[in-house]
Design a protein around this ligand. Structure first.
Ligand SMILES: *Cc1c(COP(=O)(O)O)cnc(C)c1O
Length: 416
């Protein structure tokens, strides 16, 4: 384990969390390089029998340090904007390992992707396919295109992160996919190279994957019987992680499902994991500002807010919260809340936790994915720093943003 107590003090690998807090203040995100490595390697080992590319989903955590560490391991990237493509390339991820997903890619973004000759653009509609074709022809290039199909499967996860049902906005309708492939295969600016699917996030059950991959296998056979060759099968991301009591499937079990459903086709397998690579490799460290009692109820007010980690407010997510200094005394029941002026700024309700006092540090666990990447400056609070730990070393991979920089793009109208 990479976040562990030593003499009742929480460490990230071999670095005392209190030492980081003392140096850079709170709140901050802290990532373990070792955990990141381990999570990536688990996928790599599980998929060893396939020709494969792991395209880490950048939106889970686009920090340049995190991406650079993954680039060093050989990871590709799944990007959903030109901004993510930019940072992935900056981190040293080669264009031919980048896939571009998303329902609303703009023409400017597509132009970037085509110019960079990325591995694959996962198109999600007929209108997008036509736009890709036109853009490629303008550039005198061919675009590598896959269709992201919607297999109409219930991923059995939170409604806000379900993406593979036919009433979601994502992908090409199953019944229309074949026709769109036929049309696209005749377009001069398009090189059909694959098929893609992504059915949701935080999946704890392999059956929706099995269902979707089985349908993909059938689609690939149908396409190839018409002479449309599929080189890459992109299975998306979505494998869940443990936040509380969940038991997510292992990478090996996931790979068995890939083998059973798609193994015979002998294709290049792409996967786009995000959460399962960075989620449990990161924590959010925060300091208790105040405690207060309101009648029977206890509140612990910490200096991190929903602007720093929105998952509890947005997805009703559970995050384990650990005291950085274990006191070994009887626990209390309290709400752990942030300072933001919103009632939804609650990290934990009625949580059983050791009593905490002003100045104590807490760690919000499994905050590496969709934490910093979804943070905002709501309440004009600076984005918090991010730190990477490796063994005994730590490194600030993003500084705390200061007020001056926060105001840099603001301008008072000239008429004032
Ligand atoms: C968000 C997303 C992913 C990553 O999902 P995780 O649940 O973080 O693994 C992969 N592919 C696409 C297209 C996505 O939108």
């Amino acid at each position: 384990m990479c976040f562990n107590y030593k003499n009742d003090v929480l460490f990230a690998e071999d670095v005392n969390i209190k030492d980081i807090a003392q140096k850079i203040g709170t709140p901050f995100y802290c990532y373990s390089d070792k955990k990141l490595n381990g999570n990536y390697q688990a996928y790599k080992n599980a998929l060893a029998e396939f020709n494969n590319t792991i395209c880490y989903s950048v939106k889970a955590n686009p920090n340049l340090g995190v991406l650079s560490a993954l680039a060093r391991l050989g990871s590709g990237a799944d990007v959903v904007s030109a901004g993510e493509m930019y940072v992935a390339l900056k981190a040293g991820i080669p264009a031919d390992k980048i896939v571009f997903s998303g329902v609303g890619k703009t023409r400017a973004e597509l132009r970037e992707a085509i110019k960079n000759q990325i591995l694959q653009i996962n198109a999600e509609s007929a209108a997008e396919v036509e736009t890709i074709n036109r853009t490629a022809l303008e550039l005198g290039l061919k675009a590598n295109v896959a269709l992201r199909v919607n297999p109409d499967v219930d991923a059995r996860t939170h409604v806000k992160i379900t993406t593979g049902k036919k009433d979601n906005k994502f992908g090409v309708n199953w019944d229309e996919a074949l026709n769109l492939y036929r049309a696209a295969s005749k377009m001069e600016g398009i090189r059909i190279c694959g098929i893609a699917v992504h059915i949701g996030s935080q999946l704890l059950d392999l059956e929706p994957f099995r269902f979707a991959f089985t349908k993909i296998a059938q689609m690939v056979c149908a396409l190839e019987s018409e002479g449309i060759t599929i080189k890459n099968i992109d299975l998306g991301g979505g494998l869940g992680i443990n936040y509380n009591v969940e038991l997510p499937p292992t990478c090996a079990a996931y790979a068995r499902v890939v083998q059973e459903t798609l193994g015979k086709l002998n294709k290049h397998i792409i996967i786009e994991p995000g959460r399962s690579v960075v989620g449990n490799a990161g924590i959010l460290v925060s300091e208790v500002i105040y405690t207060k009692n309101m009648g029977e109820k206890k509140f612990i007010i910490i200096d991190a807010g929903m602007n720093d980690l929105i998952r509890p407010a947005m997805y009703d997510a559970w995050h384990t919260i650990m005291p950085v200094n274990k006191k070994r005394v009887a626990p209390v029941i309290a709400d752990i809340v942030g300072p933001i002026c919103e009632s939804s700024d609650v990290f934990a309700k009625d949580r059983i936790i050791e009593p905490l006092a002003q100045g104590d540090l807490v760690a919000v666990m499994s905050a590496g994915a969709y934490g910093a990447s979804m943070s905002s400056i709501y309440n004009f609070r600076p984005l918090v720093p991010e730190v990477m730990v490796r063994g005994r070393e730590f490194f600030v991979v993003r500084e705390r943003i200061n007020y001056e920089n926060m105001l840099r793009e603001h301008h008072v109208p000239s008429w004032l």
